[in-house]
Design a protein around this ligand. Structure first.
Ligand code: 26Q
Length: 841
């Protein structure tokens, strides 16, 4: 009997949703079902969902005003959110209702979800991490704002033409973006160039102000971020650059119409496009403009919010914590100082204390070529006042270093924010370290290396300032949204608590001898693999048997990540088959995906190598379908949703000491893939959690890498002494993958033979031997499945919920602030609009 009212209520809700779809289609899109496109349906459904999110958002803001809690601000040049509709439906607990309402309206929700193009506002790991952390912050009910840039063109779309990467511009905003809400009243002004000048206040106090040469307006667009089944809806505030006034009327009136329009265009260039290079610093002026634009808008916004609730800024840091996602927003150090000292007229020393208690810095890389160092000339011409502030801060700071370490000139040079080697430059890592209350690495090993090498001086001078917060990923998007089959199976077995408490997955351990469960587990993986096979069959006409091992490497293409080591393995297997036509091997599908920075010559050659090997191997009858190689074009978050659930083997094979953490490694393991990997980044911790017997380890350790480098590494020796390696390299050089062209891969071969900066040759044999063990083990279905379950079961640590809780404890000192539902919905009588009280009342 008790289910009837529930049923009735659901029916009512579904009818309301159907009506809302129709309303939005008719009034917002202005179409009927006769003229509606798939995009119209997508927008109508998305607006329907957004409206239902708005009331939680309103209540979240009300709670902030009422409770006045500390707020976390995550400053990042990149937020790689991925598509919103599916994720928001799951987090709000509305998926089933929407699916039903769509179906009763004659629509297929899955098709509509699949239609959404993702905002590619990031390059890879760092941007995706920011998005996972926003999901966890909301799900943990922690007040937070993500601050980022609304690039009009995000990450380029990758096409593969004739085996080469081709870049196409990304038009993510063209279909319309239902998830953003423009807030023109919250616009901020940002200066560039000009000079600083001294003036005296009425009381005769000497002050400095910045007179910028040009001013640009930052307009925020808010994207709601709902937590999983909680009332909290935080937001991501993305800044878009606009010219200060729509036309420069002075120019216009003197007849220079085009000059006036040109300025407008120049202003808007700042947020036009995302730089598609990661871990490679280029020193472009526009990039520094983007960074300062983001930082200035965000800090002004935070100060405004603070002054809305308080009447001074002395306690700013008690209410706002700003996390700098790498050094990209590190100009926050001098900008917060400028805002406090020059604009709000606080004392220098007081301002410096507030700044140091507000900002924290996360380091994401150890690669020297990724370190941001801006030429002083460029920096000073764009941000003259900031350079002055930096020089003064640096001067005080170097005095402290000198006091602590007298007569240690080299140390002074290493820690200075100004790098004195010509041309002199501003060293952003040192700037961030100097201005931050904590510095953190993103995996235990990475943090150790920061402490012992990259930031050893800082660790010496400020013991305890460098913390570790191992990265994590959100189980909502990376399991519940993207792998519904596995989600259903797990939830049937252990309930649904694991979605917000990933340690619960441990309960799966006791099912590893339960044969029906093992079979069900394997079936889920096989069905996911079949879906993927169907996809590549239809787009590339490659036929793969779903029983083959799906061996996957998806990540940005970079020499340190060693996609070419993976290729050496493929060619090794190919050579074995060619040498023995009757050879039976464990069938494998090798899948690659990833973008190369457009200016990264070697990375682009590596893509060409992968596609060339694929072309030959896939159609060679001698292989008898035992090997297939597939390069997925345009790898992005959306494709990640398909890839992680279907993988049997995850390739995490970077040279030890190079990958700060990695986060793809976590997504694969959560979805039941086994890892073949080096002791690098978070692999070390993953292996510890899942147990060494459930992880395929190979390769030199960091210490061994350092020792070998010190002793003098000669890759040619490996080439001469290892017959199999020599055969593989010679095969590439022979031109069999390039229709006889022996030049194409010469740059790769020469680099490997004579330098091999990431020591592929040193790791080659161990990698091959390890892969042979993987192949043998895959043949034992039962054992493999047990190991797969154990991988998932032991992934609790790698939930971004754990990472965010670590930040709350080790960095921000902030607590959850649950949202009370004051406004359940807009009441029929519209009581929102109380008559305004007049002053006299
Ligand atoms: C810098 C200056 C100019 C233009 C672009 C850049 C730039 C952009 C993106 C520099 C670096 C990045 C991205 C770096 C990145 O994604 N690092 C990865 O961060 C992940 C999250 O912590 C780690 O898991 C990866 O190990 C790390 O490589």
């Amino acid at each position: 009997m008790s289910t009837v009212p529930g049923k009735e209520q659901r029916k009512k809700r579904i009818n309301q949703l159907k009506r809302a779809f129709a309303y939005n289609l008719f009034y917002r899109q202005g179409v009927t079902t006769r003229t509606a496109t798939l995009n119209d349906y997508y927008l109508a459904i998305s607006y329907t969902l957004r409206d239902r999110m708005q009331h939680l958002f309103v209540n979240s803001v009300e709670t902030l005003l009422e409770k006045d809690p500390k707020i976390v601000c995550y400053l990042s040049a990149e937020f790689l959110t991925g598509p919103h509709l599916h994720n928001n439906l799951v987090n709000l607990g509305l998926y089933d209702d929407f699916a039903q309402a769509a179906s009763e309206s004659g629509l297929d929700l899955k098709t509509i979800i699949n239609h959404e193009e993702e905002p590619g506002l990031g390059n890879g790991g760092l941007g995706r991490l920011a998005a996972c952390y926003l999901d966890s912050l909301s799900s943990l009910e922690i007040p937070a704002i993500g601050y980022g840039i609304r690039y009009e063109y995000g990450m380029f779309d990758q096409e593969i033409v004739n085996g080469w990467q081709k870049e196409l511009s990304d038009h993510w905003l063209h279909p319309g973006n239902p998830w953003e809400i423009k807030k023109p009243v919250m616009a901020c002004e940002v200066g560039f160039g000009g000079h600083s000048e001294v003036y005296h206040t009425e009381k005769g106090i000497r002050r400095i102000r910045w007179r910028p040469a040009r001013v640009i307006t930052g307009v925020p667009y808010d994207v709601p971020v709902p937590g999983y089944k909680v009332n909290t809806v935080n937001y991501l505030r993305l800044w878009s650059a606009q010219s200060h006034s729509s036309f420069d009327f002075a120019d216009f009136n003197t007849g220079d119409y085009y000059g006036a329009v040109e300025d407008k265009i120049k202003a808007e260039t700042i947020t036009k496009v995302l730089y598609p290079n990661n871990e490679q610093f280029q020193g472009k002026k526009l990039r520094l403009e983007q960074q300062f634009f983001l930082v200035s808008c965000s800090l002004q916004d935070m100060i405004r919010l603070h002054l809305f609730r308080h009447d001074n800024l002395f306690n700013f840091h008690e209410y706002f914590q700003a996390q700098l996602n790498d050094t990209h927003p590190a100009v926050a150090v001098p900008e917060l100082m400028r805002l406090l000292v020059d604009v709000h007229l606080y004392d220098w020393d007081v301002s410096w204390e507030i700044t140091k208690k507000t900002l924290s810095y996360t380091n994401h890389t150890l690669l020297p070529e990724a370190m941001e160092k801006w030429s002083m000339e460029l920096f000073g011409s764009l941000l003259p006042r900031h350079l002055e502030i930096i020089l003064e801060l640096n001067c005080h700071f170097l005095d402290e270093v000198r006091m602590r370490y007298p007569d240690d000139d080299t140390r002074l040079r290493r820690m200075s924010v100004i790098d004195e080697t010509e041309p002199r430059s501003v060293h952003m890592v040192n700037l961030a370290c100097m201005g931050a209350k904590t510095i953190n690495g993103v995996a235990a090993m990475h943090t150790d290396l920061l402490r012992s090498h990259t930031l050893a001086d800082w660790n010496d001078m400020y013991p305890g300032k460098i913390r570790n917060v191992t990265n994590g990923v959100t189980p909502r998007r990376w399991m519940a949204v993207s792998n519904p089959r596995l989600t259903r199976l797990i939830t049937e077995a252990i309930g649904e608590k694991w979605i917000t408490d990933l340690d619960e997955l441990r309960k799966l351990e006791k099912l590893t001898d339960d044969v029906p469960f093992l079979d069900a587990w394997r079936e889920v993986k096989e069905e996911n693999k079949q879906d993927f096979s169907a996809l590549i069959k239809c787009c590339d006409n490659i036929h793969v048997d779903y029983r083959a091992m799906f061996d996957v490497q998806v990540k940005r293409i970079h020499e340190y990540k060693r996609q070419h080591l993976n290729i050496l393995h493929i060619i090794t297997l190919y050579a074995r088959i060619k040498a023995d036509p009757n050879l039976e091997i464990t069938p494998r599908l090798f899948v690659f995906g990833g973008k190369a920075a457009p200016s990264y010559f070697m990375a682009k050659r590596i893509i060409k190598l992968i596609t060339s090997v694929a072309r030959v191997v896939n159609k060679d009858p001698a292989v008898r379908d035992q090997l297939k190689v597939f390069f997925i074009p345009n790898y992005n978050v959306k494709i990640g949703h398909i890839v992680y659930p279907m993988a049997n083997l995850s390739e995490q094979i970077s040279q030890a000491g190079m990958e700060a953490s990695g986060t793809g490694n976590m997504k694969f393991s959560m979805n039941g893939a086994l890892t073949i990997g080096t002791l690098d980044g978070a692999n070390v911790e993953i292996r510890k959690e899942v147990g060494e017997e459930n992880f395929f380890l190979f390769g030199l350790t960091v210490e061994e890498v350092m020792e070998l480098r010190r002793a003098g590494y000669t890759p040619l020796d490996y080439y001469h002494h290892n017959e199999s390696l020599r055969a593989v390299i010679d095969l590439i050089g022979s031109g069999i993958f390039t229709s006889g062209d022996r030049e194409l891969f010469k740059p790769i071969i020469d680099s490997l033979l004579h330098e091999d900066p990431y020591m592929l040759f040193a790791d080659y044999q161990e990698y091959i031997d390890c892969q042979d063990r993987v192949s043998r083990l895959y043949a034992d279905k039962h054992r493999w499945t047990r190991m797969s379950i154990l991988n998932t079961a032991r992934m609790g640590k790698f939930s971004s919920d754990r990472s965010v809780k670590d930040y709350c404890r080790k960095v921000w000192d902030v607590q959850p602030c649950p949202v009370k539902l004051k406004w359940n919905e807009l009441p029929d009588d519209g009581v929102l609009f109380h008559p305004r009280k007049t002053e006299e009342e």
